[in-house]
Design a protein around this ligand. Structure first.
Ligand code: GSH
Length: 335
C-alpha cells in the first residue's frame, strides 16, 4: 500500500535541531500537514543515502520528486508553493525585517553564539563521537576546559543578542514581531535560536533570564503556548520510514515546473552541464552532483537519480551555496 504523505511533503529532521524548528513551526502555524521522517542526529543517515542525497545537514524537505535543501530556501518555497500564507510579511518594512532576521540568526551571529552556550558538561559536549561527527563536517568544536574558558565571552555576545530583541522590536510591548494578534514568519525568523538556548538545561546564566529580558522570555512563552495549542487540537504529521519515501518517489510528481538557466548569470553555466552543489559554511565536503536544470538569482536546481534510475531534483539557494562545474569524466573543472 502506498504510504500516506499529506500534501506530498516529507520533512527530514530530528527534534533537537533548532534549524528544523523553523520549518516545523511554519507547517504547524499554517496547518499544512506533512510526513515526518526522523533522522539520527549524527551521520550516517541511511535514509538520505538511499535517496542519493549527499548533503549532510538538517532539515531537508521533499515535495513529491523535488528535494529542497536549507531551511531558508525551504521557507521561501513553502511560501510560494502553498500560497495564501497568513504568516507572510505584509509591508516592505516587514519584508526587510524578515530578511534581516533571517541573515542575522542563520548566517550571522546568533546561531553560532547560541551553539557556544551549550554547556561543557552537557551530554553532547562530553560525547567524543558527536564532537568528531561535527568536526568532520568542518566545525571546530571546543570541549572541556577550553569550552569553559570561552564561556564568559559567549555570554557577553548572547546577552547582546537578547538585548537587541528586548530593546528594539519588542520594546513597545507588542505581542508579536510584526504586531497583530498572531505569530508570523517574523516570529519564526527571530525566535528559533533563542528558543533553543532557553530550552537547553544549564545554557543560560542569571544574566540572561526572565528578570533581565522579560519581554523576550514572555514572547517565547506566548509562542510556545500557541504551538502547544495547535498540537493538542489536531494531528499535524504522520511518521514515515525512509524506505517508504524512496518507494513513493518512484511514482511521485514534481512539485513545480522547471525554469531555465539564466544566460546572464555571473557563473556562466549552461543547462545540462554537470555540476556539484554544496554549502560554503559547513558540511562542504558533502557535494551533490547532477545536471544543471535551473539557475536563477535565487536557486540552482540539479537532476539526480535514485538507485533505480528514476530522476528527481535537488534545489539549493544561491546564498551560502557554491555551484562548481565538473569536467566530463568526473574531475572538477578549474574555473
Ligand atoms: N543553512 C542550513 C543550516 C542547517 C544546519 O546547520 N543544521 C544543523 C542541525 S540544527 C546540522 O545540520 N548540523 C550538522 C549535521 O546534522 O550534520 C539551514 O538553514 O538549513
Amino acid at each position: 500500500m502506498a504510504p500516506e504523505i499529506p500534501n506530498d511533503i516529507v520533512l527530514y529532521w530530528y527534534p533537537f535541531s533548532p534549524y528544523a524548528y523553523r520549518i516545523y513551526w511554519y507547517l504547524l502555524l499554517r496547518g499544512i500537514k506533512f510526513a515526518s521522517c526522523i533522522q539520527p542526529h549524527m551521520l550516517p543517515r541511511p535514509d538520505l543515502k538511499a535517496l542519493n542525497v549527499e548533503y549532510r545537514r538538517i532539515p531537508i524537505l521533499s515535495i513529491g520528486k523535488d528535494i529542497y535543501l536549507d531551511s531558508r530556501h525551504i521557507l521561501s518555497k513553502l511560501e510560494t508553493l502553498f500560497p495564501g500564507s497568513e504568516l507572510s510579511p505584509r509591508t516592505p518594512e516587514h519584508r526587510l525585517i524578515q530578511k534581516l532576521l533571517d541573515r542575522w540568526t542563520t548566517n550571522g551571529s546568533v546561531f553560532g553564539i547560541a551553539a557556544q552556550m551549550i554547556p561543557a558538561d552537557s551530554p553532547a559536549m562530553r560525547d567524543p563521537k558527536f564532537i568528531k561527527d561535527r568536526n568532520d563536517g568542518g566545525m571546530k568544536i571546543l570541549a572541556g576546559e577550553a569550552r569553559k574558558r570561552m564561556r564568559p565571552e559567549a555570554i557577553v555576545a548572547m546577552r547582546d543578542c537578547f538585548d537587541i530583541l528586548e530593546n528594539t522590536i519588542l520594546a513597545d510591548g507588542r505581542m508579536w514581531v510584526f504586531g497583530g494578534n498572531r505569530p508570523s514568519l517574523g516570529d519564526i525568523e527571530a525566535l528559533w535560536p533563542f528558543a533553543w538556548v532557553m530550552g537547553m538545561p544549564g545554557a543560560l546564566p542569571d544574566a540572561i533570564s526572565a528578570k533581565t529580558f522579560p519581554r523576550v522570555f514572555s514572547w517565547a512563552s506566548r509562542f510556545n503556548a500557541v504551538i502547544k495549542d495547535i498540537k493538542s487540537a489536531q494531528s499535524v504529521s504522520v511518521d514515515i520510514k525512509g524506505k517508504d519515501v524512496v518507494e513513493y518517489m518512484e511514482s511521485a510528481q514534481y512539485a513545480e515546473p522547471s525554469a531555465n538557466v539564466d544566460e546572464n548569470d555571473p557563473l556562466g553555466l549552461s543547462r545540462g552541464e554537470l555540476v556539484e552543489v554544496y554549502p560554503t559554511d559547513y558540511g562542504f565536503s558533502h557535494k551533490d552532483r547532477g545536471k544543471l536544470l535551473t539557475l536563477t538569482p535565487y536557486e540552482a536546481v540539479i537532476t539526480k537519480q535514485l538507485n533505480s534510475g528514476t530522476e528527481f531534483r535537488v534545489h539549493v539557494p544561491r546564498w551560502g551555496y557554491r555551484i562548481t562545474k565538473v569536467k566530463e569524466g568526473g574531475d572538477l573543472a578549474k574555473i
